[in-house]
Design a protein. Structure first.
Lengths: 372, 311
């Protein structure tokens, strides 16, 4: 069924189709319409979920963790300050191995106040033990949200699905909404969580671990997440088989095959970068765009393969590790160094606080990268 | 009314509580009242340690340890998730005073206002004992702690009445020195649907600086001196419980000094400090008395009003 949906509404449809049992959230622009739409679904009886309208994001994350402890499928969504406010519980979620899903409608971090997009908030999840997917269209928000529940339950780890404030969150696009039976078939039976409450065999969860025990908990998350690339790829493939929707992999490659300069980029601005690449191709310049869809697991193999073919790699970041540089660029460089790929890497950071990224901007970056 | 306690032990031997631990004593009674179909949510507190280190557990019920400020919200999600799946259980928060009156208060207030079907129990040992006796919002006036080496200048936050102002169906205070009262309150709370709040004053020999064998005596003196009134607020209706019900008359209260002099944390207290603390206790009782009177008056008015309408 084709619907005209914003990215936020698409997320709400994804939640409904995934038959989520508990939703808890606190309002923050630009996340609000995700939860508003879910509230509508719940109150109309279209989604049989408990909606917990908490008094803060810290509590929102705590509540979905608690819901997961009960064995229920749980969802929350937030942005910027909200994500930072729940940050303690973000780490608790991963450490607890709860299969929850969080929508992150990316918004710049204050001060100064901004409600517009950049990826600084999303990137704070990087070291916390979450799987991190990023969509660039309303369709992808819907598809990824459903896939995220499957991924979370496969990994027994929380999954974040990011999308850009306003550009994706509030822009309506035609979205193919899969029929419930297809999603039911794809998700299958909810996997029993090993951390769910068990009155017959009671256990303590999260108890003090001495130095001899603590490391194995972290190492297990690290190993699971590092190996999750194949898990996600398989999930995405199965989803696309079930629904007939397009499959992208961890990195969507556009014009990368024969490109001299390839730009790695994440999120909605990839569309403008692809537009710019098309323009330059018409002028005979071989440039391509590699849209990163997953930060954790990091697409090591894909990045290596793409960079090896190119003579120049440009990494576009919509966030800073302040005082160091672009986060994605750092990760790409690290992978290339480890894999012995010596393609030069140019790091560009832009689009902070919603500053505009027109195709001409990307054309300039490509030209600079090509040394033209 | 429960007159015989369950013989089942849910707080097991070999747990890591200090000798004479008031909270451990209270927890033992609480779990006897709750039974096996109970899931505990424990924020950072002494009980994070008492409950045992991985991979063991000193408790015979499921336990979820959680971040300091997160217990009430975690329990909210837990109970709603269980209900969504049609699973019946007692969802119980077991939190210290710091996790309740300070860092956890926002989450607690939210959960209470939403009226989830949770029993939230605060075991109050009047300071951050697990981190080494730092002052909390529940530390009484004059008490020594490591962060109030000259005695606390603040006044103990009155959380039971703050919770009552949330119009939740049940609020109670309790003491491990009155186990029958405590067990009956927990059992009553279990039967009431909605948010229940029970506040237990639980003496701590380590932090209060007294001989561990005196825990029950000190807990009893806290009640008998009028420092800690035993009461219930059920659906908004305040009621004093025995023996506090007899202490509305100041003459029947034991001298406060008897309670204070057993505890090293009050050793430095001057006569002036003692007067301040006594005045706070007198004010507390005057308020309770006034509330009971107003309550009775209002009830009479409502009754008369109903009578008039019937005529």
């Amino acid at each position: 069924m084709r619907e005209f949906l914003t990215g936020n509404y698409a997320a709400a449809y994804g939640v409904k189709l995934s038959r989520v049992e508990v939703v808890s959230a606190y309002p923050i622009t630009p996340q609000t319409s995700v939860i508003e739409k879910i509230s509508e679904f719940v109150e109309k009886g279209e989604l049989k979920a408990k909606l917990i309208r908490v008094e803060s994001e810290h509590s929102a994350m705590a509540a979905v963790i608690g819901a997961a402890f009960s064995g229920a499928r749980a969802y929350t969504a937030t942005s910027a300050q909200g994500l930072l406010y729940m940050y303690e519980m973000i780490w608790w979620a991963a450490g607890s191995r709860v299969p929850i899903v969080a929508g992150i409608v990316t918004r710049a971090i204050a001060p100064p106040w901004s409600i517009w997009t950049d990826h600084s908030d999303f990137m704070t999840l990087r070291d916390a033990g979450w799987a991190m997917l990023f969509a660039s269209s309303a369709q992808e928000v819907l598809d990824m949200t459903i896939q995220a529940f499957k991924l979370a339950e496969e990994l027994m780890l929380p999954v974040a699905v990011g999308w850009d404030a306003f550009i994706t969150s509030h822009t309506a696009e035609p979205v193919e909404v899969p029929p419930q039976e297809q999603v039911d078939y794809f998700l299958g039976e909810k996997k029993k969580s090993p951390v769910a409450v068990d009155f017959e065999n009671p256990f303590a969860h999260g108890a003090l671990a001495f130095p001899k025990d603590y490391p194995k908990f972290r190492e297990d998350i690290h190993r699971t997440l590092k190996a999750a690339g194949e898990v996600y790829s398989n999930i995405e493939r199965r989803y696309c088989e079930a629904t007939g929707h397009e499959c992208y992999g961890l990195v969507e490659e556009v014009f990368c095959e024969d490109a001299d300069a390839v730009m790695f980029i994440m999120g909605a601005a990839a569309g403008d970068a692809i537009h710019a690449a098309g323009e330059l191709r018409r002028k005979g310049l071989h440039v391509g765009v590699a849209r990163i869809r997953s930060i954790r697991p990091f697409p090591r193999k894909e990045v290596e393969k793409i960079a090896r073919r190119a003579s120049k790699v440009i990494v576009f970041d919509r966030s800073y590790s302040l005082g160091f540089g672009g986060v994605l660029a750092t990760e790409v460089r690290s992978v290339l160094h480890e894999e012995g790929v010596d393609t030069p890497v140019i790091s560009v950071t832009g689009g902070l606080g919603g500053s505009d990224l027109p195709p001409e901007y990307f054309e300039k970056i490509f030209l600079k990268g090509l040394g033209v | 009314m429960i007159n015989e306690f369950s013989r089942e032990e849910y707080l097991l031997k070999g747990n890591a509580a200090c000798a004479g631990c008031g909270p451990a004593l209270a927890l033992r009674y609480v779990l006897k009242a709750l039974g096996s179909r109970t899931v505990l949510v424990i924020p950072a507190s002494c009980s994070s340690i008492i409950a045992g280190a991985y991979p063991k557990s000193a408790l015979k019920v499921p336990v979820y340890h959680i971040a300091f400020a997160a217990s009430a919200a975690t329990a909210s999600g837990l109970v709603e998730g269980l209900e969504a799946q049609g699973i019946e259980a007692n969802v119980v928060v077991w939190a210290g005073d710091g996790g309740t009156v300070d860092i956890g208060l926002q989450g607690l207030s939210g959960a209470a206002e939403r009226n989830h079907n949770i029993t939230y129990i605060c075991y109050d040992n009047e300071a951050y004992m697990n981190t080494g006796i730092q002052r909390s919002g529940a530390t009484p006036y004059g008490a020594w702690t490591t962060t109030t080496p000259l005695g606390n200048k603040g006044r103990k936050k009155d959380l039971p009445f703050i919770m009552a102002a949330h119009n939740i169906p049940y609020v109670a205070t309790a003491s491990p020195a009155f186990p029958k009262d405590l067990v009956n309150k927990v059992a009553k709370a279990q039967k009431i649907r909605g948010f229940k709040y029970i506040h237990i004053l639980a003496p701590c020999p380590t932090g209060w600086r007294y001989d561990p064998r005196l825990t029950v005596k000190i807990a009893r003196l806290a009640v008998m001196t009028g420092f800690w009134p035993l009461l219930e607020i059920e659906h908004g209706r305040l009621r004093l419980n025995s023996p506090s019900v007899n202490l509305l008359d100041p003459a029947r209260r034991r001298p406060l000094k008897e309670y204070l002099e057993l505890q090293g944390r009050y050793r430095h207290l001057s006569e002036e400090d003692l007067k301040v603390l006594q005045r706070q206790i007198d004010e507390q009782w005057a308020r309770i008395k006034a509330m009971l009177e107003v309550q009775e008056e209002l009830e009479d008015q409502v009754e008369q009003g109903q009578g008039e309408r019937q005529h």
